[in-house]
Design a protein around this ligand. Structure first.
Ligand code: BGC
Length: 468
């Protein structure tokens, strides 16, 4: 069977501002919650920070040139809110506006479509001081910021995303504390989730008044499969699916939350006003799906929730089961990435089908997909051999092709990530790039997976049917 993708399929790569830019206080930028978080001892592996990261702020022209050389047709990046509005609201920083304007021009000059995300986790610290996503005013703050950037760039940017992965923002930032702003509070998490979705709705409303192109929402979907047919495992699987996947898509697309939310959060789950649901549910033009792995799920009460599970002498990190009462079961014999995620491409196919069947025939983009694997050092001939990442890409791209053949409207794919970068609280220890970055010299070297992805693009996917 041919693996040729439709001619109009958009091939690209993705990054986010804090993970690559560096220059945290250059040219009038304000502090973000990540600037603070990395300076809090113990929060980021090895004490790593994004102070320099990949220095994309100064090297973006070189990076865009490399994207062009690899054949990229699109570049998905995020804006640092605090570069544009150092205090989050109020005063606009012209040099911050100019930075992204130059980046957008550089993309266009090289025939690369910019896809712009407004929020990839780096809230201006000044707004966090006012409660961040816990403050209902955040919807107005976000709308103010959105208006500034839509006015500045919509003439040149044709695809916008409001949020990247609201689930991670609140699960990591407000429930388990592993990500900025580092709160661990069951009572805050539902409020932060609800407010960030109100902010999404408010930004889409602004876009409908002044924008001329397309706007969507990017979510991470991790399909859940029950570990057994026991009733308690099936119920745990439903809770996990509602919590991670439906909690954001249901209100955005259907105007309500999944029924399981009260079971999960108990007295911490508020009753929301109808006007909030009306704000959250705005017509959007596409959905961005980030897919990395699946979870085989079983019931687990809070009391037994260790954070690691040892299988075959290897300690696997488990997602904390509180307050879900569900956990992930490690699959013997499966391949795991360096972040402990099972390689399971069927889950991407199942996810795409599920999105279509549940939310209708909205255009979909894979806005992130990729893997952290241990990469050997760069060889003297300049090659970085990363066969597992190439294999990961081949499997997942083939699954997307299968989904398109089954009638799912997938219009593009952005590999995560263009280059190795700061993997949030894991620091530089985990490399997701198809381009290797030497964090001493900041040299960029395309890995074998980048060469492979280039061929995929050049052959419209036909090379996927050949053995690796
Ligand atoms: C995020 C990225 C992150 C990647 C790998 C996604 O959840 O959007 O910022 O680097 O996963 O963990």
């Amino acid at each position: 069977m041919t693996t040729r993708f439709p001619d109009k399929f958009l091939w690209g790569c993705a990054t986010s501002a804090y993970q690559i830019e560096g220059a945290p206080f250059a040219d009038g930028k304000g502090a973000s919650i990540w600037d603070r978080f990395v300076n809090t001892p113990g929060m980021v592996n090895n004490g790593d920070t994004g102070h320099v990261a990949c220095d994309h702020y100064n090297r973006f022209r070189e990076d865009v040139a490399l994207m062009k050389q690899l054949g990229m047709q699109a570049y998905r990046f995020s804006l640092s809110w605090a570069r544009i509005l150092p205090n989050g609201i109020g005063e606009i920083n012209p040099l911050g506006v100019k930075f992204y304007s130059d980046l957008i021009d550089e993309c266009l000059k090289n025939g690369i479509e910019p896809i712009v995300t407004l929020y990839h986790w780096d809230m201006p610290a000044a707004l966090d001081d006012m409660g961040g996503w816990l403050n209902r005013d955040c919807a107005n703050w976000f709308a103010e910021y959105a208006e500034v950037v839509f006015k500045a760039y919509d003439g040149r940017v044709k695809k916008w995303a409001t949020l990247n992965e609201p689930w991670v923002v609140t699960d990591g930032g407000y429930l388990h504390g592993a990500l900025a702003p580092g709160h661990r509070n069951k009572y805050e998490a539902p409020i932060a989730s609800h407010n960030i979705m109100r902010a999404h709705g408010a930004a889409v409303k602004v876009y409908r008044q002044i924008g001329k192109h397309e706007i969507g929402l990017v979510v991470n979907i991790e399909p859940k499969y029950p570990a057994s047919d026991k009733a308690e495992d099936i119920a745990a699987t439903k809770r996990a699916h509602a919590y991670m996947n439906e909690q954001y898509l249901h209100p955005a697309m259907l105007g309500h939350y999944p029924a399981e939310m009260t079971d999960i959060f108990d007295d911490a789950w508020p009753v929301w006003a109808q006007e909030d649901y009306d704000l959250i549910r705005q017509k959007i033009d596409f959905l961005g799906v980030n897919y990395y792995t699946r979870s085989v799920t079983r019931h687990e009460s809070y009391a037994n929730s260790d954070v690691t599970e040892v299988v075959g002498g290897v300690a696997f990190h488990k997602a904390p089961s509180w307050p879900l009462r569900a956990t992930r079961v490690i699959q013997r014999g499966a391949t795991y990435t360096e972040t402990g995620w099972e390689v399971f491409e069927q889950g991407l196919f199942d996810t795409l089908k599920w999105v279509k069947d549940t939310y209708g025939d909205i255009p979909l983009y894979i806005t992130e997909n990729g893997a952290a694997f241990f990469d050997p050092p760069r060889a003297s001939n300049g090659r970085v051999r990363d066969p597992l990442r190439t294999d990961y890409l081949q499997r997942h791209l083939s699954a997307i092709h299968k989904a398109i053949a089954a009638g799912v409207n997938v219009q593009g794919y952005m590999v995560w990530s263009f280059m190795d970068n700061l993997e949030w609280s894991l620091g530089f220890s985990k490399r997701f790039g198809i381009v290797h970055v030497d964090f001493e010299t900041l040299d960029r070297t395309p890995k074998d997976s980048a060469r492979y992805y280039s061929k995929v693009i050049a052959t419209h996917g036909e090379v996927l049917s050949e053995p690796l």
